[in-house]
Design a protein around this ligand. Structure first.
Ligand SMILES: Nc1ncnc2c1ncn2[C@@H]1O[C@H](COP(=O)(O)OP(=O)(O)O)[C@@H](O)[C@H]1O
Ligand SMILES: [Mg+2]
Length: 351
């Protein structure tokens, strides 16, 4: 430790600059010092100074560990889940009774004091859970078509079949492998959107060009379901990733067609509002219930599984739209009434 004058202040500043929360605790569990990160992490328990640790965390494990550290001088690591009831403003900001997860290291400083360093791992744990869920969802989604492919390929290779049967089974294999291919393509697209490599894809284009492309890509689908789709571009230029916006609007139009009865009509319009370019896709289809509404933008969520499967959906279309909106600093909004129809509005900034 340098003896030069002024280092006390530097140590204090080093302590303040740490990303880990630091608490210094007496043998009697009283907090005598906390750094800025500790104040941030434990914001709901402020002020920390002079509080007993029991007033901050109601964890028997933490107290036991702390006492053990003072007894034998060996440091301890614990993970702690705390459900704190937030109050007042805090409740509004953080939500009531939020679960938080911490990793803590407790170490003896000297006879009188111990140091607890705290890392808030709530976010890391949540991301980890999302990743685990995604892996399990993807495996599940791929397993169903793969099982069909394997089953029919086995039959094809081991049994005497009529030409008609061979054709029928081959078609099933083709349908299921195309479905797997679509899932993989959508997942790859989502991954590339996650990497956020959009800057170089920005270009000058127009709503007319975008809607013309969407029409070309979705014409076959519309015809096959006898749904008539009208397009009304306003005629404005915009700077965006043309291919991604085409992809997003196309996903909305494909949904509007897929989730409408045969012979129905779909309207696709664009307009400028509050310096945003809006694409509005309106259908008179089956609509979405209030319970399903908050979840339709989640990966693999489908309100109507049978209909989605029949239309060749992957359950990823809307989460792709949401991602594309976000990376353009735009928004996606859905309104719907069960049995009456839906309106999806994708908005992106004009400049
Ligand atoms: N225009 C719409 N009308 C009714 N339901 C819709 C519409 N768009 C989306 N949905 C519902 O939201 C779910 C998720 O949509 P999406 O992410 O595109 O997946 P999918 O591949 O199933 O179409 C669909 O399965 C469907 O239940
Ligand atoms: Mg879809």
């Amino acid at each position: 430790m340098p003896k030069n004058k002024g280092w006390g202040d530097r140590y204090r500043r080093i302590l303040e600059s740490l990303g880990e929360g630091i608490l210094v605790i007496t043998r009697k569990h009283r907090i005598v010092l906390s750094n800025k990160s500790a104040d941030d992490i434990l914001g709901w328990a402020l002020p920390l100074s002079n509080k007993r640790i029991e007033e901050v965390f109601s964890s028997g494990e933490l107290i036991d560990s702390l006492d053990s550290v003072f007894l034998d001088g060996k440091s301890r690591q614990i993970r702690l889940v705390s459900y704190h009831e937030a109050t007042g403003n805090d409740a509004v900001l953080r939500g009531k009774g939020r679960e938080k997860q911490y990793r803590m290291n407790i170490q003896m400083l000297d006879e009188k004091y111990a140091v607890i360093s705290i890392i808030d791992i709530t976010k890391i744990e949540r991301l980890d859970k999302i990743r685990q869920d995604l892996v399990s969802n993807v495996s599940h989604e791929l397993k169903t078509p793969l099982t069909a492919i394997t089953g029919f390929a086995e039959t094809l290779s081991s049994e005497e079949l009529s030409m008609e049967e061979v054709r029928a089974f081959s078609r099933i294999i083709l349908k299921n492998s195309s479905h797997m291919q679509r899932i993989i393509e959508d997942l790859l697209l989502l991954t590339s959107l996650d990497r956020n490599e959009i800057a170089e894809a920005m270009e000058l284009t127009s709503d007319e060009r975008i809607l013309m492309e969407v029409r070309a890509y979705t014409q076959y689908k519309a015809q096959s379901r006898s749904v008539s789709v009208t397009y009304e571009p306003q005629g404005v230029n915009a700077i965006c990733s043309e291919s991604l916006i085409v992809q997003a609007v196309m996903n909305l139009v494909v949904n509007a067609i897929s989730y409408s009865p045969e012979g129905s009509t779909v309207s696709v319009k664009s307009r400028v509002k509050n310096n945003m370019l809006e694409f509005i896709v309106l259908d008179h289809g089956f609509g979405i219930s209030e319970e399903d509404m908050p979840r339709i933008f989640e990966r693999f969520y489908r309100a109507d599984k049978a209909r989605s499967r029949e239309s060749g959906g992957t359950g990823l279309g809307l989460s792709i739209v949401r991602h594309i909106a976000i990376i353009h600093h735009g928004t996606i909004k859905a309104e719907s009434k069960l049995g009456e129809g839906s309106v999806f509005t994708l908005s992106i900034p004009l400049s």
